[in-house]
Design a protein around this ligand. Structure first.
Ligand code: NAD
Ligand code: UDP
Ligand code: UDP
Length: 315
């Protein structure tokens, strides 16, 4: 049994990770400042004596004796990370320094939740880990993209300079239960709009693409990546290569919910990436054949069921 620290553990992905680690028999320290996370996502875990919840902001130092660290703390939805951009970049950069300082002191492995946003609006498609990206350093998305890029640099430098064992997961768009109703990302927006009979808000003409991964597939990828040997240090893409346009996504959600909602077109946000799809050959080769098992239709059905129950409860 390990004692594992999960920062951002009360968030969407973090709550699933905490649950999985407890199921595997570990003790979990969940650290969160509740900016976008919520106790609601982890309420079922609170009765477990091996689960400990700590209100803490990772831009401040944190001292504990742990065996492993997953660093997930950071708002991930454009609406939330742009609300206070300076805080977002502090969370990525100062948060990484503090968590790496902790990993260095207690001599443990640390995994960084990086992102496909390090590729920006990519000129190479699909995106392999070797692509350096196409990122605007002074735009509305920069606090997130550049913060995450700087965090990757810090992880690599703590590894080479201080011998810290590191893992970097470049996570592509992930969705599933425990996204907040007001998360603002496209999957939860469309599902909630469809279930409420409100128009689905398509930004731009809806021809931009994303590749959506169901959260369970990501969690398996993250725990496998953490389990890899010391020489696996460089970034690894974790995503589902099934690519679709936002119009196709809207259509699929309308079909699966049986909703009669119409589509409304709104301006495309500045620097919105036009296309995105992971090249996952490296993950498949290094993570014992890991690849996503849950296709978009199946994952959306699970997510729709989740939001139906949340909306019923909120009535
Ligand atoms: P989320 O917003 O649901 O969760 C982030 C969590 O971090 C929240 O619980 C929030 O309260 C907490 N947090 C934010 N700032 C903090 C701080 N300074 N100190 C302590 N806690 C803080 O987002 P998510 O989708 O679960 O994303 C989790 C991680 O995965 C993030 O680092 C994100 O960048 C990364 N990621 C997610 C996706 C995706 O599609 N969901 C894609 C790429 C990368
Ligand atoms: N740190 C932390 N917890 C620890 C050890 C370090 O939060 O258990 C923080 C510490 O406050 C420091 C940062 O991590 O600001 C980086 O630590 P490092 O040892 O790399 O740098 P230094 O302390 O020499 O600045
Ligand atoms: N998007 C949309 N309607 C919404 C929210 C998002 O059309 O209500 C678009 C957005 O412009 C982007 C895509 O959906 O092209 C994915 O957006 P999201 O915020 O989910 O993730 P990211 O842009 O960070 O990949």
């Amino acid at each position: 049994m390990k004692r594992i620290l999960v920062t951002g553990g009360a968030g969407f992905i973090g709550s699933h990770l905490c649950k999985q680690l407890l199921q595997e028999g570990h003790e979990v320290l969940c650290l969160d400042n509740y900016f976008t996370g919520s106790k609601e996502h982890i309420v079922d875990l609170l009765a477990n004596p091996y689960f400990e919840l700590i209100r803490h902001d990772i831009t401040e130092p944190f001292y504990a004796e742990v065996d492993e660290i997953y660093n997930l703390a950071c708002p991930a939805s454009p609406v939330h990370y742009q609300y206070n951009p300076i805080k977002t970049i502090k969370t990525s950069v100062m948060g990484a320094i503090n968590m790496l300082g902790l990993a260095k002191r207690v001599k443990v492995k640390i995994l960084q939740a990086s992102t496909s946003e390090v590729y920006g609006d990519p000129a190479v498609h699909p995106q392999p880990e070797s692509y350096w990206g196409h990122v605007n350093p002074i735009g509305p998305r920069s606090c997130y993209d550049e913060g995450k890029r700087c965090a990757e640099t810090l992880f690599m430098d703590y590894h080479t300079q201080n011998g810290v064992a590191i893992k970097i997961a470049r996570i592509f768009n992930t969705y599933g239960p425990h996204m907040n109703i007001n998360d603002g990302r496209v999957v939860s927006n469309f599902i909630v709009q469809a279930l409420r009979g409100e128009p689905l808000t398509i930004f731009g003409d809806g021809s931009q693409t994303r590749s959506f991964q169901y959260v369970d597939d990501l969690i398996h990828g993250l725990t496998r990546l953490m389990g890899t040997e010391a020489q696996v240090t460089g970034p690894i893409n974790l995503g589902n290569p099934q690519e679709c346009t936002m119009l196709q996504l809207a259509q699929t959600i309308l079909e699966l919910t049986g909703s009669a909602s119409r589509l409304v077109f709104q301006p495309l946000p500045q620097d919105d990436p036009q296309q995105r799809r992971p090249d996952i050959s490296r993950a498949k080769a290094l993570l014992q054949g890991w690849e996503p098992q849950i296709d978009l239709q199946e994952g959306l059905r699970e997510t729709i069921t989740y939001f139906e129950s949340v909306l019923r409860r909120d009535l």
